[in-house]
Design a protein around this ligand. Structure first.
Ligand code: ZN
Length: 320
């Protein structure tokens, strides 16, 4: 039966996952990973960031990674860009989709990109003016939407104001990011509902980190409110290797499992994803994958009848 409902899964492991790994991952490995992810049916992949190599050395080979993956057919490749220079580099490398980001919280934006949110918005306007006429697609990520490590909870009004300023420029895809894993399902519903009601012209996405184990709960809460775009990373990759217990994005395979079990289409091939996750584990032997599915595997319905038969054959203890 054809699936009536579907979601867009955007794989961010090669960007959000790898940026947290201090050890340099060889360019060929990155290209292989992206190509393997595409072969799993993932239609949108964030391949890295066009950032200064001193800021994130992991992405110093981003041009080569783009060159090694741009021939992938039917796959939208995107990259994170912190400024106009990054956008120009991304476009020069052949990318047609870029993601600009800033934090709703002033302290986090100052800390993260050394800009006030107002300065970031003026950068955004400059970037948009440059690429809009060239047909380059721009998505904007609003970081710390569900809480800030410096300021705590962010008022819904502040989120709406940031969305409004972004949407007023003509941006039609905005992703709300739970940068540090402070979100919970009730908060997600409140924020998602407010955004969807107020800005029906915008496609909203969600970017959850599973830092405190609520990634899938938040994903489901967002879906139930009407969100259909989700960032995920294979294996739950990400988090800081120097912070015990820190975890990365909500895992792609767990998210795909959640939706497919509920008959909501993702376009992704789950067994193939699990095979790539196993491959990841071989590559990053020092970074354990945090996804539930990479540990437990898929349920195997073919085993069920035998198991039931086995139980039935056991003598029943009359005392029970
Ligand atoms: Zn993230």
């Amino acid at each position: 039966m054809a699936q009536q409902n579907s979601v867009r899964i955007i794989e961010v492991g090669p960007r959000d996952g790898l940026q947290n790994i201090s050890r340099f991952v060889a360019t060929d490995r990155k290209i292989d990973l992206i190509r393997e992810l595409a072969a799993c049916g993932l239609k949108e992949i964030q391949i890295g960031g066009f950032v200064h190599p001193r800021a994130i050395p992991q992405f110093r080979d981003i041009g080569q990674v783009a060159a090694g993956t741009l021939d992938l057919e039917g796959v939208t490749l995107t990259a994170l860009v912190p400024n106009l220079r990054g956008v120009q580099d991304a476009v020069a490398c052949g990318l047609r989709n870029v993601v600009f980001f800033f934090s709703i919280s002033r302290s986090h934006n100052l800390n993260n990109v050394r800009r006030t949110p107002e300065e970031s918005l003026s950068d955004l306007k400059e970037i948009w003016d440059e690429i809009r006429p060239r047909g380059i697609h721009l998505r904007v990520d609003l970081a710390t939407a569900f809480g800030c490590p410096f300021e705590g909870r962010i008022a819904v009004g502040a989120i709406l104001r940031s969305v409004e300023k972004t949407a007023n420029l003509g941006i039609r895809e905005i992703t709300l990011c739970d940068t540090v894993g402070f979100g919970n399902p009730r908060l997600v519903k409140e924020i998602a509902r407010a955004c969807l009601e107020r800005f029906p012209e915008v496609d909203f996405g969600m970017h959850f980190h599973n830092t405190r184990g609520l990634g899938l709960a938040n994903t489901l809460a967002a879906y139930q409110t009407g969100i259909r775009i989700f960032d995920t990373a294979l294996g739950g990759l990400g988090g800081c290797p120097f912070a015990p217990g820190a975890s990365g994005n909500t895992a792609t395979e767990d998210t795909v499992f959640l939706f497919e079990e509920m008959d909501i289409g993702t376009g992704a091939d789950l067994p193939a994803l699990l095979a790539v996750a196993r491959h990841l584990e071989e590559i990053f032997t020092d970074i354990p994958l945090t996804s539930a599915l990479s540990r437990a595997g898929l349920p195997r319905p073919a085993d069920f009848p035998a198991a039931v038969e086995g139980v039935a054959r056991k003598p029943v203890d009359p005392a029970l």
